[in-house]
Design a protein around this ligand. Sequence first.
Ligand code: ADP
Ligand code: MG
Length: 453
Amino acid sequence: MLKIDQIWKNILLEAEAKTTTLAYDLYINSLSPVGIYRDRLILLAETRAIKNIVDNNYKDVLKKCTNLVFPSIVDVEIITEDELEHVGNVEKEVDIPVSPNYVNDTEDKVSFVSAYTFENFVVGKSNEYAHAVARAVADNPGTKYNPVFIWGGVGLGKTHLMHAIGNSLQRNFPDKRIMYVTCDQFVNEFIESIHDSNPNAAKNFRAKYRKLDVLMMDDVQFLANKEGTQEEMFHTFNELYLADKQIILSSDRPPKEIKIEERLKTRFATGVIADIQPPDLETRIAILQKKCSNKGYALNIRILTLIAEKITNNIREMEGMLNRIISYSTLVGGDPNDMNIVQDALRDYADAGRDMITIDQIVKAACEYFGVKREDLIGKKKNKEIVVPRQICIYLICDILGQSMPLASIGEYFGGRDHTTVMHARDKISEEIKVNDVTASQVKDIRDKIYNR
Ligand code: ADP
Ligand code: MG
């Protein structure tokens, strides 16, 4: 028997990969599951407006995601509070078939995003080596390239490649024990295992990672300043490596630039190191064409070229812009290939700003405004002239980038500070602007600067 929450969680996993962050956070993730009625999943929207938006824009993708994991659920219905009493007797627990995409939370079963496959990965000069290495380990894990270390800037396809390896391994080597974790997940699990009152927790944690055939860890730069976890990782690494088990790591920088103990750095760098660079214009256009054909968008090359010319070094942002044009044209009922519609959509997009602004831009604006050096702002100095600008800057980063920037990453950016420090700075300024006009106007000025207003 499957509980409705477990069913919904699985659908959300798929939906997160298939929709924009904005659509996912604003609409899809705000729905709550009511139950199953015959072959239909009933979802509750908080307001009528949300229901309408989902009905008009995201229902098909929701249906697709649902059907992908639960083949017997063929329809999705969005209702509002006042319609609750009219739905029939819904089941909150059902016995239905699941596809291989199904993830059971209670087991340590790996889940790979089904859209992140090699077939969906466009190869160009900038990523061909990383792609070839990924293919090779997917075909032949553990023997030739070990460990594999993939590094490159944000949004350039590292996570996609890792999931592609995972999807392929799962299909071709169903008996292998494969695990994909983000570094943050590993760190948290490790810390929890130490503080757990169960005396076996630490042992279980260790065993779980050391019995694997393939370990993939994403974003290992977040091991910086986590000495305990580094030590654990060192031993896990050794055990797997010596047993010829495949290790695959990713990071936003090469091993030698990660702030971790020397011996771990050396281990990370002993195998193959493959970097991914920003793709050239043709590859960017090819990626957009691939996304369009996967999502069923009919956009012509002129529009795709426009997007590819605007955004040069982050594919996720490029996708964001593509999705923006589609959802805007759907909302206003216009043709997404009409240049006027596109311009309107993008003007809106730039105003909304969220996906376009980078942490570097915010830091730069804050430094210029306060007349402080970047290395001081993100550094260790504790004098008041630096601390307040730093806190304001952190507040703005949290506010502008929202969920796309985890607190731990902000902490890492600011010289390896803890996420609680980031939280403290954010909350402090958010209170301060309510009572202190000077701080409020400083925040406003810097924000205007960032948005060129
Ligand atoms: P990273 O982990 O490097 O930050 P991701 O793997 O999350 O980046 O990629 C961001 C987005 O860009 C994903 O939606 C991914 O599918 C897409 N993407 C990146 N590289 C490619 C590529 N070569 N072909 C197709 N899509 C890509
Ligand atoms: Mg990633």
